[in-house]
Design a binder for this molecule. Structure first.
Ligand code: MG
Length: 381
């Protein structure tokens, strides 16, 4: 079986990123740039050995490696990138390595495809690197044209037959610094090829690149849930009729196991729906005596608590009450204020509307009322 090794070059100071600590330890979302790179590249390929080349003064590396359960993988870098890679190569001596992938710690988005293409290339040549064509027109500083078709932007990982690249470094890179490892291989006359690069495999170099990387790992999303509920009028009762958390003194009430507040039930179901977390009946079964006559704000507060646990935040609610009676308009503002209060949502994001069904159907006949609701929720990944 082919034994492949990864050398991650993380000894740089990242001066161009203008960060106070080395840029590979700057956070992107919840994790450091280096951690993100380790996570993605080890997902993209199963390596037999890993080496992380770090500077002598590095005091952050252990925490990062512990999180990935990697031990004994660090090698001390040198004065230049070339020297650092050389140290990494030497640290893999006598480990039976066939192929080595040398990668910048600051390129966090390596794909399986890039790794597969490089591996396929190494079946034919001794060294390969992903490369991208150049879309912009190129000019020399004197204005004369440059043929962009003959140029490529070269990325990492750069992949090599281990013995061949070790030989190239020993002979050609003892006291010389190169821009990358393909350059060393080229100086040694190794047989090379380029595979297809990936624009997402960019190097985090400048401050704006951190923002771009953060956007790429942003897993936040918006969800909309809907809810619907119906309750029959209890004309025997003297009321009040509870709707959207407000008692309406109309001389009758709604029939139900709890206080039968169809408005809050529909809203609760909408929030549960946005979380894909079942419905109100799953969490508060009507067969359970403890919910008999219960105030429905309990159900809504349960949905809001669950939402908070799941890193969701309610953005907007819209409730439509469907009935011929009672008249909703006089209570609408109080309903909005109550929901705003229960959901800790600004009043400007709470809508309560009412409509009739033109005397048609059960609501038209005044047998009961219906409520429907939508809840818009943002989840922060
Ligand atoms: Mg109900």
């Amino acid at each position: 079986m082919t034994r492949t090794a990864l050398i991650l070059v993380a000894a740089g100071k990242g001066a161009r990123a203008r960060t106070t600590i080395p840029k590979q330890y700057e956070k992107i979302g919840d994790e450091t740039l280096l951690s993100l790179t380790i996570k993605n590249i080890t997902k993209a390929h199963d390596f037999s050995e890993i080496r992380v080349v770090v500077s002598k003064e590095d005091s952050w590396i252990d925490t990062v490696l512990e999180a990935h359960k990697l031990t004994g993988v660090t090698t001390t870098g040198g004065a230049s990138r070339t020297e650092s890679v050389h140290n990494g190569l030497k640290s893999l001596a006598n480990r039976g390595i066939d192929r080595v992938f040398i990668h910048d710690a600051a390129r966090p988005f390596v794909s399986k495809q890039i790794m597969a293409d490089l591996n396929a290339a190494l079946d034919v040549v001794e060294g390969a690197a992903p490369a991208l064509p150049i879309a912009d027109a190129l000019k020399n500083l004197d204005g004369s044209p440059v043929d962009r078709d003959k140029l490529r932007r070269v990325q990492t990982p750069q992949a090599f037959h281990y013995e061949a690249i070790c030989g190239a470094f020993s002979t050609y890179a003892q006291n010389r610094s190169y821009a990358d490892d393909i350059a060393v291989a080229h100086a040694a006359g190794m047989k090379l090829s380029f595979t297809e690069g990936d624009p997402d495999n960019f190097k985090v170099t400048y401050p704006e690149d951190f923002a771009k990387a953060a956007r790429m790992i942003d897993e936040s999303y918006i969800a909309t849930g809907s809810g619907f509920d119906v309750h029959q009028f209890d004309m025997e009762s003297v009321g009040p009729l509870w709707l959207c958390g407000i008692p309406i003194e109309c001389g009758y009430s709604l029939l139900g196991h709890s206080d039968a507040d169809a408005g809050l039930h529909a809203l609760t179901d909408a929030i549960l729906g946005a979380m894909c977390f079942g419905d109100i009946g799953d969490h508060f079964p009507p067969t359970d005596p403890q919910w008999k006559g219960a105030a429905s704000d309990k159900f809504l507060l349960f949905a809001m608590e669950t939402l908070k646990d799941r890193k969701g935040s309610l953005q907007h609610v819209d409730i439509t009450l469907i009935c011929e009676k009672p008249k909703i308009k006089p209570y609408r503002d109080a309903m909005r204020a109550k929901i705003s209060d229960l959901c800790c949502l600004p009043l400007s994001r709470v809508s309560v509307k009412a409509t009739t069904t033109e005397k048609l159907g059960f609501t038209g006949r005044g047998e009961g009322l219906a409520a429907q609701a939508t809840a818009t929720v943002r989840f922060n990944g």
